[in-house]
Design a protein around this ligand. Structure first.
Ligand code: NAD
Ligand code: ZN
Length: 345
């Protein structure tokens, strides 16, 4: 089968790989229809995620058709359309019982990280019972790739962690697919103000069309003043950091208001400073986590009942044979006016 493989810092190649086989009674093998690229894949290729080693098939997002199920998987059948969760979990270990299946002791974030992922014609999915979600016929599989990771991350690690409330104020730093997913799901909680900041004007244009106010990032810190002015200098109730660099984590700390919450979503490859000298007396909470992907079922229902419109997230599709172009497009998103980039099989 064709697979997109991380072959060393800065390098990816489309290679021929053997089709994966069932290895455990809890496994399934899924034939991919569509997969997609996440900002985290870019961090892996940069070498920011040292646990992901060269030789790995990339990808933790995808939609496909169940090809094989092992003996202990009773809730899926061969031929069924499924969304593959970015987190696989057993449901039984200490971490799963703690409510953090992202850290499942025999699963967690493994696809495209510790074991071969979804950027291939077939993928082996461990703990298939909890790690696959039936995809209703009503939902376009091309758009549904956003349900593997971007949408649950925007909702769980962004909106819920930042405690977005009716009438509150929200700023989302970063208008990539995850930031836009946070915008789409924040709207479900009816805050009075949602502002997004990015340097990419095309992504900000999408954010405006989806109902956010926008401010373009600039190097002279003028953007910070503009953002704070929108809150009459009170700061934001909810700050969602969806970039993952020291500057944007610093900005998050400058934008949060008294009693507010910062939700750090970004994957950080470099040390980022925490300014306790400015924050200690302001009753701020900071939350950071891997996505648990426990809201995927709820999100599927919202999409299927037209309460959540996700068709704007995927902007580009490439065949797997041209998978390196898919990565180039996502990496140079501003030039290509790209949001989420998908790979077709
Ligand atoms: P992305 O790279 O497409 O989006 C990042 C956005 O940040 C881009 O639009 C870019 O223009 C913008 N940006 C860069 N520098 C900026 C600056 N100084 N100020 C404002 N905006 C700036 O990535 P994505 O897929 O949207 O993911 C966003 C982040 O979320 C990544 O760090 C990704 O690794 C992380 N992530 C975390 C989890 C988790 O479990 N915590 C899950 C998925 C993704
Ligand atoms: Zn577990």
């Amino acid at each position: 089968m064709k697979a997109l493989v991380y072959t060393g810092p800065g390098k990816i190649e489309v290679l021929d790989r053997p089709k994966p086989a069932l290895q455990a009674p809890t496994d399934a093998v899924v034939r991919l229809m569509h997969a997609s690229i996440c900002g985290t894949d870019l961090h892996i290729i940069l070498g920011d995620v040292p646990t992901a080693q060269p030789g790995l098939v990339l990808g933790h997002e995808g939609v496909g058709i169940v090809e094989e199920v092992a003996s202990a998987v009773h809730n899926f059948e061969v031929g069924q359309r499924v969304v593959i969760s970015c987190m696989t979990s057993c449901g039984a270990c200490k971490r799963c019982r703690q409510g953090i299946p992202a850290h499942c002791q025999t699963g967690g974030w493994v696809l495209g990280h510790h074991i071969d992922g979804t950027h291939a014609e077939y993928v082996r999915v461990p703990h298939a019972t909890l790690s696959l979600h039936a995809l209703p016929d009503l939902i376009d599989p091309r758009a549904a790739v956003a349900l593997s990771d971007a949408l649950p991350t925007g909702l769980e690690v962004g909106v819920l962690s930042a405690n977005v409330q009716p009438g509150g104020s929200v700023v989302i730093i970063g208008a990539g697919p995850v930031g836009i997913a946070a915008l789409l799901t924040a709207k479900l909680y009816t805050p009075a103000l949602i502002v997004m900041i990015d340097r990419d004007e095309a992504r900000l244009a999408t954010a405006r069309e989806l109902g956010a106010e926008t401010v373009q990032e600039d190097e002279n810190e003028g953007a910070r003043e503009k953002l704070l002015n929108l809150t009459e200098d009170q700061g934001f109730d909810s700050v969602i950091e969806a970039v993952g660099i020291p500057q944007t984590f610093a900005l998050a700390q400058e934008l949060v208001g008294i009693g507010g919450r910062i939700a750090n979503v970004g994957v950080h490859g470099k040390q980022a400073a925490l300014h306790l000298d400015r924050l200690w007396d302001r009753n701020i909470s900071i939350h950071m986590s891997l996505v648990n992907a426990t809201t995927t079922g709820k999100l599927l229902t919202l999409v299927a009942t037209n309460q959540l419109e996700i068709s704007r997230l995927v902007t580009h599709n490439f065949p797997i044979s041209n998978g390196t172009a898919a990565f180039d497009t996502f990496r140079n998103a501003a030039q290509h006016r790209a949001l989420k980039v998908a790979i077709d099989f």
